[in-house]
Design a protein around this ligand. Sequence first.
Ligand code: ALA
Length: 409
Amino acid sequence: MNEYLYKGEGVKAQFPALKQMVYGKPLIYLDNGATTQKPYSVINAISSYYQTINSNIHRGVHSLSQKATDAYEVSRNAIAAFINASKPSEVIFTKGTTDGINLVASTLAALDLRQGDSVIISNMEHHSNIVPWQMVCEHYKAQLKVVPISEEGELLLDEYDKLLDERVKIVSISYISNTLGTINPVKEMISRAHKFGVPVLIDAAQAVQHIPIDVQDLDCDFLAFSGHKMYGPTGIGVLYGKEEWLNKLPPYQGGGDMIKSVCFEKTEYNELPFKFEAGTPNIEGAIVLKEAVDFIAELGIQNIAAFEQSLLEYATARVLEIPGLRIIGTAKHKTSVLSMFVDGVHPYDVGVLLDKMGIAVRTGHHCTEPIMDFYRVPGTIRASFAVYNTMEEVDKLANSLQKAITMLS
Ligand code: ALA
């Protein structure tokens, strides 16, 4: 038993949504890959914002506007420190990971993607890191190249090397797969791409809440994540970009706040980060995201990683006791995600039965249809863990899974 287990129990008490019953059973929430629950500190900060400093930012001379602006920028600073960005202006507030990836896809393609060029993604990407690239490749007549995976769910780096050349305009890969839990060797992949002068975007939607992220150490050019998967609010996310890249890219959307001056002949764009934050942003979300960062920092991301690793190892051992159950995604380096499949049993049916037992899991393709095609399954039963889950919950998951599968077989 890991010492952080006890911390995990204490942590759970900070999440009011986890105190409820579902179908008369205490809720066991194992759909954290989709979204996490929120601690009191985050929930209270939302209410507090609207009760005190609610006003528009970067626009007013009045006190409330200045306080909201200060809080918004304080949060940007905290996020920059959290991911070790060299400057807060490299942190762009977005709606979420999808928005961040679309921002880079649209602007980088407009800048530099032409016929004969290519974009590299991988076979284990979420649809949000496939479709935006497909759209721009189709528009600019470029080629989408896909790094294949092994049966274990690891990227084949030799194949990646074969895809890299000077005509690649960007590599966009997930740090951690939302379906397989694989932790990809992104630092190495970034270094290999940079040898060809190719920038790299890291989809960190499933990473930032589980493992330490240091954008300078990774040397990534872009990194995107969402607030709602890291104990923060929905509708807010972050795109980190190296200053040189953000300066090079054209604006994504036009509107207020992203301009220095406007006249009908010519508009002068604002400096970073405001150039990419057109219109009134999600002010409350951005401010409250700092609470989520503080929550993670207080527990310590290394402690979270160690605790979740022990949960995953225990859960893996427990579910493998179930006859016929197969784990989809058995990479050497994994975290927090357990995707399962049983021949002859539809994942959806298992999900419905587990729900009746108070256990929330996600079933289906998890917005990664190419992974389902690769493993030739219609979907999986996915349990995804967070810092408030416990070993007892893992036991209940294993026992309930066994029950559900027996009923359905
Ligand atoms: N991307 C989220 C998931 O994996 C929604 O469930």
